[in-house]
Design a binder for this molecule. Structure first.
Ligand SMILES: [Zn+2]
Length: 287
């Protein structure tokens, strides 16, 4: 066999394709859980008034008998953090929460849960749908996540960016990229059945973006910036990082600049040296 340049190029190309396919398969396998992309209108994209009204009516029907959550009083941890730690005024609109089985979804919710990994969704800001997963703790985590979406969506005068929505929902619900859920087995005594849920890589990256801002700015400044972002609908990370950079530059300038007395003292020493030098050179000249 002759290892020509063309042969090597072809083999290299084939391997590149194989590696890309394997990587995509791995990435897909890791996408275990995420929430739906916050539908604000009919999933078919139609935005005329009649389609929207019909859609909203269908969502209302799907949530009949739902649990009502008042964000001004709820003790669910993610809501408490937003309301009492970050101090975003709670929206007065009640949020409706209902759990569904994946195989018994009302038609209006089917497109929202069409992706296998999606287990929760916040629709129109105030309808929270959570799929039954068989693990109570997982249900609670999904609910915490979705209530962050509901809270900040209702508190903001404008739609917030997708990355900010998802990073916030993960940060204030579990804050973790991986979590184990377990429960006693129904069939085998003294056995625990469980599963590990990995955060979707896209969501993981969004969480890291917010974690980075928190680390760089410090908790108090980060919370102030976060509250302002939600309440104005303007999310600008540069505002947080830029201010920090300016402050650091100011500190550096302040620490490197010499005090005035030192400048005056230095100038005095130079004058004395010059005077002594001139006097000595004159005397030497006279001699
Ligand atoms: Zn989400």
């Amino acid at each position: 066999m002759r290892y020509t340049k063309e042969w090597r190029a072809e083999v290299g190309f084939r391997w590149t394709i194989r590696v890309a396919v394997v990587w995509c398969a791995l990435a897909w396998a890791l996408c275990n859980r995420c929430c739906a992309s916050l539908p604000e209108g009919p999933p078919d994209g139609s935005c005329d008034r009649i389609s929207r009204e019909r859609y909203e009516a269908a969502v209302r029907r799907a949530f009949e008998g739902a649990q009502v959550i008042d964000l001004r009083r709820s003790r669910i941890s993610s809501v408490v953090v937003l309301r009492e730690v970050i101090k975003i005024p709670p929206p007065p609109v009640p949020v409706l929460v209902k759990s569904f089985r994946r195989d018994h979804l009302p038609p209006v919710l089917k497109p929202t849960f069409s992706r296998p990994g999606v287990c929760g969704a916040t629709i129109l800001g105030r309808y929270v749908a959570v799929l039954e997963t068989g693990f109570d703790k997982e249900f609670e985590d999904i609910l915490r996540h979705e209530l962050v979406h509901a809270y900040i969506t209702l508190a903001s005068p404008k739609p917030l960016p997708f990355w900010f929505q998802e990073a916030s929902a993960v940060m204030f619900s579990t804050g973790k990229v991986r979590k184990f859920y377990g429960k006693p087995s129904d069939t085998q005594p003294r056995m625990i059945v469980g599963k590990i849920v990995e955060l979707d890589p896209t969501y993981r990256q969004k969480l890291h973006s917010l974690d980075y801002l928190l680390e760089k700015a410090g908790r108090q400044r980060f919370y102030r910036w976060y509250r302002k972002s939600v309440m104005t609908g303007q999310v600008d990370p540069q505002e947080l990082l830029g201010t920090e950079r300016r402050e650091r530059e100011h500190e550096r300038t302040a620490s490197t600049s010499l005090p005035a007395w030192l400048w005056l003292g230095g100038a005095g020493v130079v004058v004395v040296i010059l005077a002594v030098g001139a006097y000595v050179s004159r005397r030497v000249g006279e001699v």
